[in-house]
Design a protein around this ligand. Structure first.
Ligand code: NAD
Length: 285
């Protein structure tokens, strides 16, 4: 026992550093809080500069070491610049969350499974398709690309070798989630396989890559789906075997597991946190 790290010690990320995309709200903000609470130095990045600044200020006032940067993940140069700023501030990068994402809408859905006409494939807007793919899929490629670049350089910079990259996928990568719309499921399924390839390639460099696949969480995106169809919450509460949508605090322990040495033998995993939704809806007997 004595030569191996203790169970709780493996979750220790004190002194490490983490960059999170899409961290001004929702799941990304929960990741940033989890990293800060566990002792890491954090960069909050988001296209929403005001939100990123607000949350970084709040966490700094609470005594955590948190900075922020404005980043549109669909722009490779902005992503690269944010990682360079992070390394300049903290000396290296141990943890990166490729989280930013959005729902472009029109995936209207009802408990009777009626789709909104604008959400049908044969009339689907190409602009919406392009926007969703640019952020939900290409944005993840940009983030993983730049995380790998700085993490490969960690050791040469006199910093800790390697790192951990965590991508936010979705249960929509695995199951048909009609409410999220045509391009979202394609993007998230692409994210899943890109994660697997990245994990395979980067393992030799001490860099692990995993994905968290949430089910319905109460966030701006989750609320948006509910606002578009007020029956969605009621339906989800029925569809999810545990009987409710999730709160963002519930994703924090999983984020810490994958980010820290506690997940040292995990790479290439697509981890569902969906209240059992992939098991299929609960059907009345
Ligand atoms: P959210 O809207 O609360 O957070 C998304 C954040 O990403 C926002 O702060 C937004 O400003 C930011 N963002 C949007 N476009 C961006 C861009 N181009 N560049 C940088 N930042 C950008 O929603 P959320 O639910 O927390 O979403 C986070 C991730 O979780 C997304 O990838 C989403 O697809 C995924 N997800 C959410 C749910 C859910 O039910 N909420 C389920 C499965 C997956």
């Amino acid at each position: 026992m004595s030569d191996t790290p203790g169970t709780l010690d493996q979750f220790d990320i004190k002194g490490r550093s983490a960059l999170v995309t899409g961290a001004a709200s929702g799941i990304g903000l929960a990741y940033a809080e989890a990293m800060a609470e566990a002792g890491a130095k954090v960069t909050i990045t988001d296209i929403d500069a005001e939100g990123a600044a607000r949350e970084a200020d709040r966490l700094s006032h609470e005594g955590y070491e948190v900075r922020w940067d404005t980043v549109d993940v669909s722009d490779l140069e902005q992503v690269a610049r944010a990682f360079d700023h992070h390394v300049k501030a903290y000396g290296g990068c141990d943890i990166a969350f490729a989280n930013a994402g959005l729902d472009v809408g029109d995936g209207f859905w009802s408990p009777e499974d009626k789709r909104h006409p604008d959400g049908q494939i044969d009339v689907y807007s190409k602009d919406k398709w392009d926007k969703s793919i640019a952020i939900n899929l290409t944005g993840v490629f940009h983030t993983v690309r730049e995380a790998a670049r700085v993490m490969k350089a960690n050791e040469a910079n006199g910093y800790r070798r390697g790192g951990s990259i965590v991508i936010t996928s979705s249960n929509a990568a695995e199951v048909n989630e009609a409410i999220v719309g045509v391009p979202y499921m394609a993007a998230k399924a692409g994210v899943k396989h890109f994660m697997r390839h990245s994990a395979y390639e980067l393992a030799a460099f001490g860099i692990r890559v995993n994905a968290i696949a949430p089910g319905p969480f109460v966030t701006n995106i989750g609320d948006g789906w509910v606002k578009k169809n007020p029956k969605a919450k009621e339906a989800w509460d029925k569809l999810v075997p545990v009987g409710r949508m999730a709160e963002t605090y519930q994703i924090k322990p999983l984020a810490l597991l994958l980010a820290s040495d506690a997940g040292s033998y995990m790479t290439g995993a697509h981890v569902m946190i969906d209240g059992g939704m992939q098991l299929g809806p609960i059907k009345p007997l």
